[in-house]
Design a protein around this ligand. Structure first.
Ligand SMILES: C[S@@+](CC[C@H](N)C(=O)[O-])C[C@H]1O[C@@H](n2cnc3c(N)ncnc32)[C@H](O)[C@@H]1O
Ligand SMILES: [Zn+2]
Length: 169
C-alpha cells in the first residue's frame, strides 16, 4: 500500500485490478496528487524487464533519459484509459496528476499512458479500458492519432519532453 496518504484518494479494486478512486468530487483542473517515487535511468528500467516486469510497467517517463518508479506510492495504482479523466503535467521538477474533467466521488481516476510513452519507448499494452474510443493496444505517443495529440496538447497533458521524442525518431 502507498506510504503517502492522500485523504481524497483511495486504492480500490476496479475494472483493471487495483486503481485510484476519488473519495470526493474534483473540479476540472484540480491537482489530484504528485507522482512520487525513485528516479531511475532507462537502463535500470530495461533491467526491470528481466527481473520484475511489473516494476517496468509502473514507471512514468520523467524526462529524456529518466523515469519515476512509483513503487509503494499512489502512482503505482494509476490505470490507463483511452478516454481519461486525468493527465500528467510536469511542473518544475514534479509530475502532477491533474483532472481534465469533473470527477465525481467513486470515479476511478485514469490517465492515457501514451502521453508519457516517448516515440523511443517500445512498451505496448493490450487495453481493456472499455471506452467507446478504446484504441485496443496502447502504444507510444508517435502512434497517437493527430486529433488525439491536438486534444491532449490543448489540455496540456503531453509534456514537452515527450513531444520532443517524436521529432528525434
Ligand atoms: C501502474 S499499474 C496500475 C495498477 C494495476 N491495475 C494493479 O492492480 O497493480 C499498470 C498495470 O495495470 C494494468 N492496466 C492498467 N490500465 C489498464 C487498461 N486500460 N487495460 C488493461 N490493463 C490495464 C496493466 O497490467 C498495467 O501494466
Ligand atoms: Zn482503451
Amino acid at each position: 500500500m502507498p506510504r503517502r496518504k492522500f485523504e481524497a484518494l483511495a486504492v480500490k479494486l476496479v475494472r483493471n485490478g487495483q486503481g485510484i478512486v476519488a473519495m470526493k468530487p474534483f473540479r476540472r483542473g484540480a491537482i489530484l496528487c504528485e507522482i512520487k517515487g525513485k528516479l531511475v535511468t532507462g537502463e535500470e528500467v530495461w533491467r526491470y524487464w528481466e527481473t520484475d516486469p511489473r516494476l517496468g510497467e509502473n514507471c512514468f517517463r520523467y524526462d529524456a533519459d529518466r523515469y519515476i518508479d512509483p513503487d509503494g506510492e499512489i502512482g503505482q495504482y494509476a490505470n490507463h484509459s483511452c478516454n481519461p479523466n486525468a493527465g500528467i503535467v510536469k511542473q518544475g521538477r514534479s509530475l502532477l496528476l491533474k483532472a481534465v474533467s469533473a470527477i465525481a466521488t467513486g470515479d476511478e481516476i485514469t490517465h492515457d499512458y501514451s502521453t508519457l510513452l516517448g516515440a523511443d519507448d517500445v512498451w505496448t499494452m493490450r487495453c481493456n479500458c472499455g471506452e467507446a474510443n478504446c484504441r485496443r493496444v496502447v502504444r507510444n505517443v508517435g502512434k497517437l492519432p493527430a486529433y488525439t495529440i491536438r486534444k491532449y496538447r490543448r489540455l496540456g497533458i503531453i509534456p514537452d519532453f515527450v513531444m520532443a521524442t517524436r521529432r528525434r525518431t
